[in-house]
Ligand binder design. Structure first.
Ligand code: XIL
Length: 345
């Protein structure tokens, strides 16, 4: 049996699948995913820059393959993502001379993108991340091209377009650092406003890129409660647990470049010490205990990858680090974190 069976009365358990695993899975990988998980997200290949790189060019090969894989195993399929500021090509926002297009033109481009993408997988993608990361911490709305060229109502337009294109899909707003009180308030206000004015929002995604020492679990819990009370389903959409020291001051750098203190930035090149392994397992158990406590509000918990070698956290925010944030090791063996999560059920 797998985790999905242990948690079947609680919530969907999902994983994200990256380009390499989708196109060239190691032996046994698909069987493991089907055994452990009953929800699937595509890590990158449905993002605008991948699926719609040029105005007249759509790349369906990988998204189609993802849908086929999920359907084969009757999984809950998550579409990621329709509208985001990141991994979106510049042509979306600009005219041929590189000048920003008008509100009307940008809304038309958004609508056409959503119509085509969500429309293609109508009835087959069960939930969409409609808008991702529109809130900028405590400072209100993120100053993205979407916001600047359309205004804050770009979000509600995206939800209306998504509902029209895929009437049966569960529509979500997704963001990181959702434990942050400023973000919580902003998102709760948005949900309430949407409910009052008939904007179709069904769920909120809390990404869940956490670490050994952050975020404050009680603040995270307050957000779960606040979103549920506002009337939407809560999804934990991108769970991973970083064991490395934070290194924001070096964002984008390469570990092999020029670091005199590379050891500090990449402390576990040969494997995780038993002590940290135990901390990781304990921390995962704490988080899943929280999710179980709120199982009536939580529809799904999705890990942002299956085995540690897949994780973007090996390369973020500094490239070339070796990280251990997931439930399976680099040989796809169950880690102690897996066993601690399983032991709760
Ligand atoms: C990440 C992927 O994991 C990486 O492979 C990619 O290079 C960058 O994006 N929030 C999101 C995800 O919503 O789409 C991001 O995924 C992680 C942060």
């Amino acid at each position: 049996t797998g985790l999905k069976e242990l948690y079947q009365d609680d919530f969907y358990l999902g994983t994200a699948i990256g380009h390499a695993r989708l196109t060239n899975p190691p032996t046994g990988f698909n069987a493991l995913v089907a055994r452990e998980f009953n929800a699937l997200t595509l890590e990158n290949d449905m993002k605008w820059e991948r699926v719609h790189p040029q105005p007249e060019q759509w790349v369906w090969e990988y998204a189609d393959k993802f849908i086929a894989l999920g359907e084969q195993h009757k999984m809950f399929m998550v579409g990621h993502v329709l509208v985001w500021h990141s991994q979106t090509p510049p042509w979306v926002f600009n005219d041929k001379n590189g000048n920003p297009v008008s509100r009307e033109v940008l809304l038309a481009r958004m609508k056409s993108h959503i119509d085509t993408l969500a429309g293609r997988y109508r009835g087959r993608v069960h939930a969409w991340d409609v808008v991702n990361e529109a809130v900028d911490e405590d400072q209100g709305w993120r100053q993205s091209p979407w916001f600047k060229q359309i205004g804050p109502d770009f979000i509600e337009h995206a939800f209306h377009y998504a509902r029209a294109a895929a009437p049966d899909a569960h529509l979500m707003y997704n963001d990181y650092n959702m434990h942050n009180p400023g973000k919580r308030q902003c998102v709760v206000d948005m949900i309430k406003r949407f409910k009052q004015t008939g904007v179709p929002i069904d769920g909120v995604g809390m990404q869940g890129h956490i670490g050994l020492g952050y975020p404050d679990i009680t603040e995270f819990e307050k957000s779960i409660k606040a979103f549920a009370a506002a009337g939407v389903a809560v999804h934990i959409t991108e769970l991973d647990l970083d064991v490395l020291p934070t290194a924001w001051e070096h964002i984008g750098a390469e570990i092999s470049d020029n670091f005199a203190y590379a050891d500090e930035l990449n402390p576990y090149p040969d494997g995780l010490p038993a002590k940290i392994e135990a901390q990781l397992a304990e921390r995962y158990a704490q988080w899943f205990a929280l999710f179980l406590k709120h199982r009536d509000s939580i529809a799904r918990v999705t890990l942002w990858g299956t085995g540690d070698s897949e994780s973007w956290k090996n390369n973020f925010p500094v490239r070339g680090r070796r990280n251990y944030p997931l439930l399976f090791d680099r040989d796809y063996q169950r880690k102690s974190a897996y066993h601690s999560v399983a032991a709760l059920r």
